[in-house]
Design a protein around this ligand. Sequence first.
Ligand code: ZN
Length: 208
Amino acid sequence: MASLLGWWEQLTGATCPGCGQPLGQPVLCANCRALLVPRHLPHFVYLGDYKRFGPLAKALKYQGRRELALFLGQQIALGVKQAEWGLDSVTAVPTLLHRKVLRGYNQAELLAQAVAKELHIPYQSLLERTAWEPSQTRKTLHQRLELSEATFRATRRVKGIWLLVDDVLTTGATIERARRALLEAGAARVYGAAIAVKSPHHLARYSL
Ligand SMILES: [Zn+2]
């Protein structure tokens, strides 16, 4: 096995985006693959712990991103199939526009498109994120938190059952706001999915 890793390393110079070890096979090492399996909350599917797999989201941004999005999307889709939610559409938590312009794409969107493809249901770009006003820096923390409630809006009316995808979740507050925007736009139900979650117990409290 060591010689195989060395061979791949020599050939590609690649390290695993999940753990930083020399990469013995394309995209993601065997250890990380074994750990990235669907985990289920009542209305949510994710693949791993934030501490272990948070960096994977960065890798999705900067290296091997298409292949990685495809692999992670397939794993999430597997979990979604197991949950039998009867989804109609998939969408992503949007990033700030200027970040998308800088990077050329939104990694949550890339992931959501891979999930949709695997599930054979349409991906739809739906939510918009509103940038914070510069004047907000002068407001109190409480005011900023209140304002942050309004950072998502849907671009049109929708119906049916939706899957909302983000890359990683820390408190879950962001995806909760995005979910509310989807419900306000007419979605009957909204389920969620991500690569990694920091506090699953916190997330489970949301009445998704
Ligand atoms: Zn790894």
